[in-house]
Design a binder for this molecule. Structure first.
Ligand SMILES: Nc1ncnc2c1ncn2[C@@H]1O[C@H](COP(=O)(O)OP(=O)(O)OP(=O)(O)O)[C@@H](O)[C@H]1O
Ligand SMILES: [Mg+2]
Length: 257
């Protein structure tokens, strides 16, 4: 967003007006912001009207598949994840959704697929939360926009596990192993991209980025679970923690299946 502290409603009012009348400004916006195309602006406008957002501040993270913004609803901080509809990896996304009984009918085209991808992250976060796993609390999802709890303070995101100074690496390792087990056993979920880059650390581990997370019925579920365990083990082994053998963890979680 141009300027750090512009009110979203005013901003969107102005931009939407322009979008309706001048085609050129759509292109301007797209190149400026990457993810803020006309549909996304309309979705943000809808969420603002629904009183779920009052302001949107700067970009916290600009990734290949999404941008994360620091936003507010009055005094409450939120993180807003906006999924790109343009450069998305169509095939990879389909492979993580295919066969999931929660998403049986998806309309053709990239947009409905990305909307499902955002909805999948929302539902996965809800499931994780219900299993007692610390994740950002999901607030709302509409089209390619997901609103969630802000992890950090005063608009400053907490560090990723990779950059965090850990009070006790042993304890953090145990908590994360417990999260993996709870996800699997209590809600039949596998993160499928777990690493020190997808765990934040505001003094305790918080797992993020769950759009690719799959149910245990996914054909590659066990491969993903194994990979998650291996990646986490390597990170903590390198920190000097005497980690449990990966196969033992896997057997403990799956009961040797
Ligand atoms: N709830 C949140 N609160 C604060 N910051 C967040 C939140 N969720 C994500 N972030 C920040 O945004 C970054 C990207 O988030 P996420 O991993 O969900 O998106 P991504 O599409 O995988 O992006 P990337 O391609 O960069 O990994 C995180 O590394 C983190 O720094
Ligand atoms: Mg990520």
């Amino acid at each position: 967003m141009p300027g750090d502290t512009e009110k979203i409603i005013r901003l969107l009012d102005i931009k939407l007006d322009r979008l309706k009348t001048k085609k050129k400004s759509v292109e301007d916006l797209e190149t400026q912001e990457g993810v803020l195309d006309k549909f996304t602006l309309e979705t943000l406008y809808y969420l603002a009207k629904k009183k779920l957002l009052t302001e949107i501040y700067g970009v916290i993270s600009a990734g290949k598949e999404s941008n994360i913004y620091w936003a507010k609803n009055n005094d409450v901080d939120y993180a807003v994840k906006i999924y790109r509809t343009s450069t998305a990896n169509f095939k990879a996304i389909q492979n993580y959704i295919k066969g999931d009984p929660r998403f049986k009918k998806i309309r053709r085209g990239i947009r409905p697929l990305i909307y499902t991808w955002a909805l999948k992250e929302f539902k996965n976060l809800q499931r994780a939360l219900s299993a007692g796993v610390r994740v950002p609390k999901p607030i709302a999802v509409k089209n390619n926009v997901l609103i969630m709890e802000f992890i950090g303070s005063n608009g400053k995101p907490a560090p990723l596990l990779r950059n965090a100074v850990l009070e006790s690496p042993e304890k953090t390792y145990k908590i994360i192993c417990d999260f993996i087990k709870k996800l699997y056993k209590k809600t039949e979920l596998i993160h499928a991209d777990l690493s020190e880059f997808n765990i934040m650390y505001p003094g305790e581990p918080v797992i993020i980025d769950m759009s690719q997370s799959v149910l245990t019925s996914h054909p590659l579920a066990l491969d993903y679970l194994k990979r998650d365990i291996i990646v986490v083990s390597k990170f903590f082994r390198d920190l000097g923690v005497s980690v449990i053998d990966e196969n033992d963890i896997l057997n403990d979680i799956t009961g040797g299946v």
